[in-house]
Design a protein around this ligand. Structure first.
Ligand SMILES: NC(=O)c1ccc[n+]([C@@H]2O[C@H](COP(=O)([O-])OP(=O)(O)OC[C@H]3O[C@@H](n4cnc5c(N)ncnc54)[C@H](O)[C@@H]3O)[C@@H](O)[C@H]2O)c1
Ligand SMILES: O=C(O)CC[C@@H](O)C(=O)O
Length: 317
C-alpha cells in the first residue's frame, strides 16, 4: 500500500514541484497543508490520523496528536528546532524523528546580525519618524569593537560568530557542549560563563534550542546582569525569554533595546512588548529566504526517505 505523507510547512509550497520531483521514485501520497497558516492541534489531530510520515514546520506535534496517529513511523522536521514535537512520546511510540538543523543557519544568522545593525542605528524608529514628517536624528553606536555574546554555539551561533568576526566585534560565547577549539581560534571566540555573557556583551544573541534547561534563560535575574547600554536579540524561540521581565527591563531603560523574531505565542496578538519603541520584531522570518526554504525542503525530504525506507535517497540522475 502507498505510504501517505503530510507536509505542513506553508513555505514548502514554494518548492512543491521540486519536492515532488525528488520523491517521484518513491511510492508516496503527498498531502499538503493549504490553509496558509500553521496548523492547530485540532487540525494536526485530524490530518495526522492516517499518515505514515510527516514533514513538519512549527505545528504542534503533541502527545495527543502522536497517540492518535496510529500509522505514523517518521517525523522529519523542516528546520532545526524540535521543541514543537513531543520527543518523549515519539520515542515511546517508536516514531523516528530527524532534524534539518544547519540548512537555515546562514539565513537566521544574517537576520540576527541584521537586528544588531537595526538596533544600533535605530533603523525602525528613523523610518517611522521620517514617514511621519520628522527629520530628527537619534544617535547610534558602531558594532565594530563591541562585544557579541552568543548563547548556543551550534549551526546558527557559529554563523553569527563568523559574521560578527567579519564586522570586527569581540566575541564571547556560552555553550557547555561546544568542543571545536579550531573554530574558536579561527574566529577569535572566547568561551565564557552564562553570567559573563550577560554581564559583558553589548549584544546578547540567543541560539539555543528551547528545552527545560533553556526556558526563560533570559529572566529578571539575567536581565539585571546586563549593561544599560546593551541589547538582546532573539531569533531562536519565544520561550527562551520571560517576556514580562523583558517588558519591565525595556520600559524602565534597564537595557537599551531588544529585537525578536519569535514569541511564546505566535502570532502574539496584542502584547505589551509591542507598545515599546525600543523593541523591534519580525514575524518568525528567520528561515524564510529563498535559499533556506530550498535547503530545508531538500534535507527534510532526504531525512524522511531515510526514516521511512531506511535508505539514502536514490540518485535523481
Ligand atoms: N527564527 C527561526 O526561523 C529559526 C530558524 C532556525 C532555528 N531556530 C531556532 O534556533 C535554535 C538553534 O538552531 P541551530 O540550528 O543553531 O541548532 P543546533 O542544534 O545546531 O545548535 C544549538 C546549540 O545550542 C547548544 N545548547 C543546547 N543546550 C544548551 C544549553 N542548555 N546551554 C547552552 N547551549 C546549549 C548546543 O550545544 C548547540 O551547540 C533552534 O533550536 C530553533 O529553536 C529559529
Ligand atoms: O518553519 C519555519 O519556517 C521555521 C522553522 C524554524 O523555526 C526552525 O526551527 O528551523
Amino acid at each position: 500500500m502507498r505510504a501517505k505523507v503530510l507536509i505542513t510547512p506553508r513555505s514548502f509550497l514554494k518548492v512543491k514541484e521540486q519536492a515532488q520531483n525528488l520523491l517521484k521514485r518513491y511510492d508516496l501520497d503527498l498531502i499538503y497543508n493549504d490553509t496558509g497558516k500553521t496548523l492547530t492541534e485540532e487540525q494536526m489531530l485530524k490530518m495526522c490520523e492516517d499518515v505514515d510520515g510527516l514533514i513538519v514546520g512549527i505545528d504542534p506535534v503533541t502527545e495527543k496528536v502522536l497517540k492518535n496517529a496510529r500509522k505514523l513511523k517518521a517525523i522529519s522536521k523542516y528546520g532545526a528546532g524540535l521543541d514543537n514535537i513531543d520527543l518523549k512520546t515519539a520515542r515511546e511510540l517508536g516514531i523516528k524523528v530527524a532534524s534539518a538543523a544547519g540548512t537555515n543557519a546562514t539565513s537566521v544568522a544574517e537576520l540576527a546580525i541584521g537586528m544588531f545593525f537595526a538596533l544600533a542605528r535605530n533603523l525602525a524608529k528613523h523610518v517611522f519618524l521620517v514617514k511621519n514628517g520628522g527629520w530628527d536624528r537619534i544617535q547610534g553606536v558602531e558594532l565594530t569593537g563591541k562585544t557579541a555574546g552568543i548563547i548556543g554555539l551550534g549551526n546558527i551561533g557559529k554563523e553569527v560568530a563568523r559574521l560578527a568576526n567579519g564586522i570586527g566585534m569581540r566575541i564571547i560565547a556560552y555553550d557547555p557542549y561546544f568542543e571545536d577549539s579550531e573554530f574558536l581560534k579561527k574566529y577569535d571566540v572566547k568561551m565564557a560563563s552564562l553570567e559573563s555573557v550577560f554581564k559583558e556583551a553589548d549584544f546578547v544573541t540567543l541560539h539555543v534550542p528551547l528545552t527545560e534547561a533553556t526556558a526563560k534563560i533570559v529572566n529578571e535575574n539575567t536581565l539585571k546582569l546586563m549593561k544599560k547600554t546593551a541589547y538582546i536579540v532573539n531569533t531562536s524561540r519565544g520561550g527562551l525569554i520571560d517576556e514580562d521581565a523583558l517588558y519591565e527591563a525595556l520600559k524602565n531603560d534597564k537595557i537599551a533595546g531588544a529585537a525578536s523574531d519569535v514569541f511564546s505565542k505566535e502570532p502574539p496578538g496584542f502584547h505589551k512588548l509591542l507598545t515599546l519603541d525600543n523593541f523591534l520584531l519580525t514575524p518568525h522570518i528567520g528561515a524564510y529566504t529563498a535559499e533556506a526554504v530550498e535547503k530545508m525542503a531538500i534535507k527534510s525530504i532526504e531525512n524522511l526517505v531515510v526514516l521511512l525506507f531506511d535508505e539514502e535517497m536514490k540518485s535523481q540522475a
